[in-house]
Unconditional design. Sequence first.
Length: 419
Amino acid sequence: MILKNISEEEFSNFYENFEQKCFWQSVSMAHFESSHGWSIHYLGFYDEDVIRAATVLISKNVMGKYALFESLRGFLIDYDDLDLMDAFLNELKIYLHAHNCLYMKIDPYCEYQPHDKDGNAIEGYRRDDLIDLFEKHGFIHQGFRNGSDNNYEPRWMSILPLEGKDEEDILKKCDSKTRQNIVNTQKTGLKIDRLNKSELYRLHDMVSTTGKRRHFLNPDLSYYTDFMTSFHENMQAYCVYLDTKDYYERYKKNYEELIKEKEHIYKLIEETDSKKNRSKLKNCENKITAALKRIDEAKKLREEYGDKIDLAAAMYVITDREIVYLFSGSNDTFKHFKAAYALQWYMIKYGIEHHIKRYNFYGISGIFSPEDEEYGVYLFKKGFDADVIELIGNFEYIDRKRTYTVYEDLRRIKHLVRK
């Protein structure tokens, strides 16, 4: 078997037919990275005339002619076939050395061990065999990292299987709070815009707002526009907004209907002054009070913010395997509208309608304790009955150890000078 360069078309054909694909290992992602200064290497692992595995590597010179290589989220390969992996890694090291690799990073899109929905490990199958194989070939495992780190993609994910399910199945499995919040967003009449390239500033603004609140960095607006340029229809961005005029009209109508209902209940009480009818009256009056509050809120919001208020926005990357909820943000001033639930439900329905196998809520911290600052993110995703997925982790391979030592020393000196 041999690893060699293949054309973009050959790689794309393999990718499209590979069941366990992820968008990081796609031609679209390669185009995106290329637009940000990385060199692209499409590689196919051949067994005679048949491609058994493939990967797209990206590289960038970091010290003279020597380069950092990365294989984003691993390879397009059957990780269960250890003989295939063994042969592939042998060939990969030969390729890296021949192309002036200094060191390489990889974070395989491969599950380490199963967990229940509370994050507890389920005893049994673990991928220590795969870690051992990587380490046999000189790839250094970076440990079982938990928490959030802007320098890495998440090692823990929250995934909702969609295959064979309809909307009713999903809604039934949601916890009561999540289910009620979804229903409430429908009653409120929140609306959703699909954003074109010129409207991506709305997403960027929302992510910036959330980043300041939760202490993470938001990429430049050009990141989002470049992503859409590279991914076309496979990158979709949406913004949930409140139409203040519609909000006012909706609850004005609701108020008028409740007044009629109250009049009807009064007539019932005149005929039969029962405990049941009195309870109906009290319930109706409570609803009238709530409707009046909504009407008053709608008036004030329209006066202060105009006809349209952006509440939350998100960016998704879509393959036939999964929808990945990659970036999102919301305006905390209007958190009582629960706009994030409207977005999630909209895209879950999209996944069902388009026969996509799973909905990937993406990153969680992997720390399942109420003391963790990201615990609320986990609970939000768990509310949809999502599974907890732990990935195998990150590896680094150093091809030229002496040169790498010099490189690291220079980096440390540069860091000290900047301080």
